[in-house]
Ligand binder design. Sequence first.
Ligand SMILES: Cc1cc2nc3c(=O)[nH]c(=O)nc-3n(C[C@H](O)[C@H](O)[C@H](O)COP(=O)(O)O)c2cc1C
Length: 374
Amino acid sequence: MTNSISNLELPHSVSLLEKMAAESIENGPFTYVHSGSGNEITLKANIDAFESWQIVPKYLNDVSIRDTSSKILDTTFPNSFALAPVGVQSIFHPEGELASARAAAHYGVPFIASTFTSHSLEEIATHLGDTPRWFQLYWSKDEELAISMVKRAEKAGYSAIVITVDTSLIGNRERDLNNGYSPLKLGKGSANYINDPVFLERFKTRPSSDDKGVIEKIGDVLFNPSLTWEDLRTIKKHTSLPILLKGILHEEDASKAMDYGVDGLIVSNHGGRQLDGCISSLEALPPIADVIQGRMPILLDSGIRRGSDVIKARALGASAVLLGRPFVYGLAIAGEQGVRQVLKNFINDIDTSLALTGCTSMSQVNKSLIRRKK
Ligand SMILES: Cc1cc2nc3c(=O)[nH]c(=O)nc-3n(C[C@H](O)[C@H](O)[C@H](O)COP(=O)(O)O)c2cc1C
């Protein structure tokens, strides 16, 4: 099967999208998006957690007019979700992030660009029109480089910095290791590096994305295991943009984030790709929401597959969610059109789920509408 389809009609369920994506692309990239780390216990727990909570709807409200939006740090999320930062999207489709950015722009869905992309953050921005965008930072071991990327994001109209804190090292992704598959080694995530003035200063001549020296250098500086809470003060000195931490799972870390003046949290376990055996995002959410008490926005990802998942996350304390793997399957199947279809179906499902919960706006979705399955 080729990955550009006209008159496209993609399946509505993620399990069928997964199958179609598996038939559309090579095993290496498919496994890279599909798999988790270790024995994939956390990957599975993310889905199970959503099944262990039940919505208790309330009826006979007029739900003929509905508003699925939420506002987070001055950014409107028209459907209470954004696209999660997903790196190296050219391994799924030649247009990579440019295709998913255009699909997000079509529906006004906020886009979070990863550090480790196949196209530069500036080029991605040109495909987003007026659509809100945030930049996800892997805080480099080379601090000057990290600051340079933040400055570039600011200049290109990104309105928040999302610092991913769960990736001090890359997780032990057994299926990728068994396949010997590494997008880094193929030079697929170099765009933000080879277009960065600070990174280029480290080379005598301008290198290309798959130069051995570039790949080695990125491998050396991509993640920073020595990062601490105190380092947040540095980034705050260099940008006026709001800062969110992605990957928070412990309520004590949520509390610390408040102390350090962070502006928002993304409760996430990286889709079960980092520490296998760690708590699912949805289970981590209620204690974090208790600590935060509405003083900063909380978002959630890892396991969002349907509209009812958005309602559950919202009822347990998240203002909005991030959609990850499902849009990547759409990208793998049919590029921009594939992502568009996945977004269209998800947006409809959120709206239907809101109405069937008996609510006319996301602000009405609260704890009273959810119970744990006995
Ligand atoms: C292929 C792939 C690449 C990813 N790349 C990044 C990344 O560059 N930065 C980041 O913070 N998270 C990254 N993530 C994690 C996502 O942002 C998100 O946390 C995860 O996909 C949520 O899990 P779910 O897709 O199973 O719902 C990636 C996830 C996948 C599947």
